[in-house]
Design a protein around this ligand. Sequence first.
Ligand code: SAH
Ligand code: SF4
Ligand code: F3S
Length: 482
Amino acid sequence: MYNEIDLDKIDINSEPPTEEPVRQYYFMAKCRRYVTELAKELGRKPTFFVQTFGCQMNARDSEKLTGILEQVGYAQAESEEADFVIYNTCTVRENANNKVWGRLGYLNGYKKEHPHMKIALCGCMMQEAEVIEKLRKSYRFVDLVFGTHNIYKFAELLTGSFTQKKMLIDIWNDTERIVENLPVERKYNFKSGVNIMFGCNNFCSYCIVPYVRGRERSRRPEDILEEIKKLARDGVAEIMLLGQNVNSYGKNLPEPVTFAELLMKIEEVEGIERIRFMTSHPKDLSDELIKVMADSRKICNHLHLPLQSGSSRILKKMNRQYDKEQYLALADKIRRAVPDLALTTDIIVGFPGETEEDFEETMDVVRRVGYDSAFTFIYSKRTGTPAAAMEDQVPEDVVKERFDRLLKEVQRIAAKRAEALTGRTEQVLVEEVNAQDKTLVTGRMGNNFVVHFPGTEHLIGRIVNVKLKECKGFYFYGEMTV
Ligand code: SAH
Ligand code: SF4
Ligand code: F3S
């Protein structure tokens, strides 16, 4: 693997290579020089802090940034009081942006007291022209700004920010490129995300993701498998396959492969015990995939299947390409094929034109499907998306009232479904020592529910049997059994 390349063997006085990822290793070697100099000035290793604001894909990108920062000689800090702070931003809803602006204000104050400090911004929010404008105008204290398409060039950009004193901004509109074999530092030893595709072609009318992440492109199955085999060798037991719409994986490859076929290959990787994936779009969830899920020993009995709305009229305006009946039929089919399946979802309340009747249709689906958990969101207007230009935006107080009603119902149903699991014995992957009570460890079942039970640190990363003794709504207390 390239991440075992010895940076010392790279001649940084030669011209940078043009091919990737070798070019980025050249810049890592070069950058390491600057970091070493900085360390001499500081009398210690410089520190960094990466803050993730968005989804699992955003989090995986942060792990890639971390991998490079560690290669070039930075040490990870526990807080933003670090020599280098990176905000990996999200822009899916307005409040995601607001968080970034708020925290940048705080960082500015900190930087004034620590002038050698470096600040970088990257991620989805940086793909918006008005954000870049605002940064240029009023946030000159930021050192480096890049986007989602050129994140693979981080080592090169970082090197640039050492030689250029003023704000360095590099944003691309799109890319076809997928660069493999760059370093990555995992947050957990025993589980890992694995990107299988990037971007999205669905253009749901409310959603900004296709504009900030570009068109759908899939990694080659052999590259994915090689990465997973390496993770297994490193002791990873659980992987989460990541993509905006994993069900459409492989369609654009020179030799098309279906997501179900990819899953079957991954199933054979020795050492991998659990396979999860996110997110599934109902329009692309094939019978072939349902069968693979039903037959698999390793695929977890959990499916995240975003509903967004239960009203066929609103679904059409959202450009979701399924209607209420099709969704209900699909949920029913999967539940019958995969016993004990936990179904979770995303729901948006207050999409333009949503009436009380439309909202009641959503409530109806929620009751009929019986979700094990649901993320509920208040519709947020995203500039540039078709829905932002739609008339009849729903008044705030109406949306808030519906949102509260939905949340209550979702929680009531989820708690009831969880309660029904009490008494069962489940396989649990132990993730950490409980932060509040150090005599307990916390783990996750295949259905994604969390359980706390007596145990010690040495169980972390192991899969053990736990009897569920008491249900606390969204989590359980249990006891290990043999
Ligand atoms: N690709 C995934 C998830 C993308 S974003 C999917 O299609 O399911 C995660 C969730 O954010 C979406 O499922 C949706 O429920 C929510 N979301 C996206 N855009 C939104 C907006 N403008 N307002 C409110 N919620 C939104
Ligand atoms: Fe957004 Fe729809 Fe793509 Fe999900 S599938 S990222 S909601 S456009
Ligand atoms: Fe946010 Fe980008 Fe993910 S907008 S939800 S971080 S793809």
